[in-house]
Design a protein around this ligand. Structure first.
Ligand code: ATP
Length: 303
């Protein structure tokens, strides 16, 4: 080896080259390729597709792994910023059909960063206390504090999804929620939260296969909920409800990203990239020292 480059330099250069090659497998940026745009109909979406991505599964897994370090560092910057009086936070809203892989996203993507900086919240059927307040009450209470990445596993969108499909409120009531949600999210975004909304779309066939797997494997019984079959029977109604959610609530301040979820590896890669993009766009440096560094060095040396 020539003396001009250390072994570490060479490894770094090689890693950079590999990373660059993998990043080029996105023929369109993930934010553009996945962002919901007018005209996109989820009822016609190929849930097995990988919009914008030209690589295969192996490439996808390699890029996810290669981006883990940056994701983790940016999360730490966000956390440091919050500790230093910053007001920024990120909110990842995960919506999806049963078996679409929300849990896997939390484990494999959100799990790449320091759990101390994550505020995760799953929203089930409202408790008696939650039901005694407006539907945004429990959501407001769960918003991420400055410096944190908030993750919503289901969200206020249930109020225009399950509530609509199961007829839990009259139509005029749930229809009013679209505007309320847009106002609410604009307020949240104004307070410094970058909102990333992800709709994971799995196909009806793939959902069947995933449910069947849960019934075949004793280690998966716990994930099987007989009640999921009732929601599955309304698959088409849910798709209609999702379509209208996208049409009515994808805004510049809080855009929706539609992620085909039949390929688990793609959904995980896609959300990693969306989260990374959100963190990069905060453009955070490290907070400067609030003390005299030289003086502290001296004092430490003398201690
Ligand atoms: P998941 O299917 O997300 O893994 P789970 O099966 O463990 O979750 P819970 O988390 O206990 O179930 O609850 C999810 C259920 O709560 C879903 O069926 C969802 O439709 C329902 N739910 C969530 N929000 C509301 C709401 N505002 N009103 C009615 N039902 C809701």
């Amino acid at each position: 080896m020539s003396g001009r480059h250390s072994r570490q330099d060479l490894e770094t250069t090689r890693d950079d080259r590999v990373l660059h090659k993998l990043e080029k497998k996105w023929e369109d940026s993930p934010t553009r390729a996945l962002r919901w745009t007018k005209g996109l109909d989820v009822r016609e979406l190929d849930a097995d597709s990988a919009p914008g991505w030209t690589g295969d599964k192996q490439d996808g897994e390699a890029l996810l792994a290669a981006h883990a370090e940056e994701l983790s560092e940016l999360q730490e910057r966000l956390f440091a910023d919050g500790r230093s009086g910053g007001s920024r936070s990120v909110l990842l809203v995960l919506q999806g059909f049963d078996t679409a892989g929300k849990g896997g996203i939390v484990r494999h993507v959100v799990g790449l960063v320091d759990p101390q900086g994550v505020e995760h919240r799953a929203f089930g059927v409202p408790t008696a206390e939650e039901a005694s307040h407006g539907y945004l009450w429990r959501i407001r209470n769960a918003l991420p504090r400055p410096g944190y990445i908030g993750v919503f596993d289901r969200s206020h969108y249930e109020q225009v999804l399950v509530v609509r499909v199961d007829g839990l409120e009259p139509e005029e009531e749930w229809r009013a929620h679209y505007d309320e949600i847009n106002d609410f999210e604009a307020e949240v975004a104004d307070s410094g939260t970058t909102i990333v909304k992800v709709a994971l779309i799995v196909s009806k066939e793939e959902q069947k296969a995933r449910l069947a797997e849960r019934l075949e494997r004793p280690d998966k019984y716990w994930k099987y909920n007989p009640g999921d079959l009732a929601a599955r029977a309304k698959f088409g109604d849910y798709l209609d409800a999702y379509q209208e959610v996208l049409e009515r609530t994808s805004t510049d301040l809080a855009p929706w990203f539609v992620v085909p979820a039949d390929k688990k590896w793609f959904a995980r890669l896609a959300v990693t990239e969306l989260l990374l993009h959100a963190l990069r766009s905060l453009d955070l440096g490290w907070p400067p020292a609030t003390f005299d560094v030289e003086e502290q060095r001296k004092l430490l040396a003398e201690s």
